[in-house]
Design a protein around this ligand. Structure first.
Ligand code: ADP
Ligand code: MG
Length: 459
């Protein structure tokens, strides 16, 4: 669940909680207010009943008028009245009602009842030697309801303010954290593995914490770029070192042939033949040294239209002395036909050389290393297959990591570089399951692709 969804869920849960809390508070307040009014009504009616006892006992009913009227000082009083033991109204705040009789159903004996907009309270007036009389009081419920409505508005305002504050906080969090984090990851995903890393651009509202994370990530990316450049340089040195011995070996043979021919030449016999030997050896030395020079060319070269088969042939020629010394045969095969690609030739040759070197180092003496090329619509591919023992799972897992090696004199940089070179061309390098030995695949984008060819033909 994304952080954004969690925020939304949190906002919903919060709204429900705030609403529930508001409802509970309101109910509590309503109950307290109602109870207050009911208790006041009972106290008033009992006081009235107590006060009325004496005038009734002495039959001085005219005194009751002032007593019922005293109730009217209550702001919400509707009326008050006194009924005698036969249900006749003997005093009433509404003068027109005096003398009326109240029927039994209206003379309910419950102390409290409501009747539409009024609350009725009753108390018996106990006079010794007579049946009970009754004091009745009615309070209007209007003021109570107004107070409840006012308190409902206040509670509602509080709940809205609470919710508003939470939503504002979540929005702030979203602006300062979620948005910037998304911008940060977008930059990192879009960043190409090569080239100087562009600094992460954050939205203006980003919080200071996110800004410092972005700064740290920027620094890290610069350091990784430097480290990668170092890796390239180190691996180039390692490969060149490995080749130096082969070069010396490879150069010594023609030099010996040349010096032998020169020796014989100085004796004056068969000049043309020896001169031809010298020319041939010099030509092959020249070709070999050009190959080495191109291979060791420093700095990234621009991509050039190339054919993967040519690169494989040229690299195999450079690797042959090493293979011969290990008594391993290099066999080039695979699909005929062009394998066009647009690549930095020396970089790709270094990658191929590293694969061949690993294959030669893995294979037992007398075995074979196969270099097989093929292609499909969009990819050209080289498989380097050796007759070695293969890879166990732990090595296979880590072999492409820089500095991972199982060899006593290994650098652990070969496969890391192969992968880096493949990826910088938009290709990839990986192990493939299959033959008993190891198969490593180097894939590069085909250029121009067959799809582009067909499009051109169609146009
Ligand atoms: P290095 O050759 O210097 O050890 P690499 O990066 O070229 O470094 O290879 C890393 C490790 O991967 C090697 O040490 C080896 O264990 C394993 N490896 C690579 N290629 C092969 C192969 N063809 N057969 C068996 N193991 C291999
Ligand atoms: Mg290696």
């Amino acid at each position: 669940m994304s952080l954004r969804s969690k925020f939304a869920l949190f906002a919903i849960v919060l709204s429900v909680l705030v609403a529930a809390q508001g409802a509970v508070s309101f109910e509590r307040e309503r109950r307290a207010l109602v109870q207050g009014v009911e208790e006041r009504a009972l106290v008033l009616v009992r006081t009235l009943a107590d006060a009325a006892r004496e005038p009734i006992a002495s039959s001085r009913y005219y005194l009751l008028d002032a007593q019922v009227r005293s109730i009217l000082t209550e702001r919400d009083a509707a009326y008050a009245r006194i009924l005698d033991d036969r249900g006749r109204i003997v005093a009433d705040t509404r003068p027109g009602f005096v003398g009326w009789s109240v029927s039994g159903s209206d003379r309910s004996s419950t102390p409290l009842s409501t009747d539409g907009d009024t609350l009725l309270a009753r108390a018996s007036i106990v006079v010794p030697g007579r049946a009970d009389c009754l004091a009745e009081l009615a309070l209007r419920l209007g003021p109570l309801r107004e107070r409840l409505a006012r308190s409902r508005v206040v509670l509602l305002r509080f709940a809205l303010a609470e919710l508003g504050a939470c939503i504002a906080f979540l929005a702030l969090l979203s602006f300062q954290v979620l948005g910037p984090v998304r911008a940060l990851t977008r930059t990192l995903i879009a960043a190409s593995p090569d080239g100087a890393p562009a600094p992460i651009r954050l939205p203006g509202a980003s919080g200071p914490e996110i800004r410092s994370i972005a700064r740290a990530v920027d620094e890290l990316r610069v350091r990784i770029a430097e480290y990668q450049a170092e890796l390239v340089a180190e691996e180039r040195l390692a490969t060149i070192g490995k080749m130096a011995a082969e070069v010396a070996h490879e150069v010594r043979n023609p030099l010996e042939a040349i010096s032998g021919a020169a020796e014989l030449l100085s004796r004056g016999d068969e000049r043309d033949e020896y001169i031809e030997v010298i020319r041939q050896e010099v030509r092959s030395l020249d070709a070999y040294l050009s190959g080495i020079l191109e291979f060791a060319r420093v700095g990234a070269q621009g991509p050039e239209a190339s054919d993967l088969s040519d690169l494989v042939d040229e690299t195999a020629a450079l690797a042959r002395p090493m293979a011969k010394e290990a008594r391993i045969r290099l066999r080039i095969g695979g699909r005929g036909g062009p394998l066009p690609c647009s690549v930095d030739r020396s970089a790709v040759k270094r990658a191929i050389f590293n694969l061949v070197a690993n294959a030669v180092e893995a294979g037992p003496s007398g075995s074979e290393v196969r270099l097989e090329t093929d292609a499909d619509d969009s990819t050209v591919r080289l498989r380097v297959i050796d007759g070695g023992p293969g890879l166990d799972a732990a090595v296979r897992e880590r072999a492409f990591e820089p500095y991972f090696t199982t060899k006593r004199k290994g650098t652990g940089l070969g496969l890391a570089l192969v992968r880096r070179i493949a990826e910088s061309h938009g290709g990839r390098a990986y192990f493939e399951d299959g033959s008993p030995g190891t198969t490593v695949v180097l894939e590069l984008p085909k250029y121009p692709t067959e799809a582009a060819d067909r499009q051109r033909e169609g146009a």
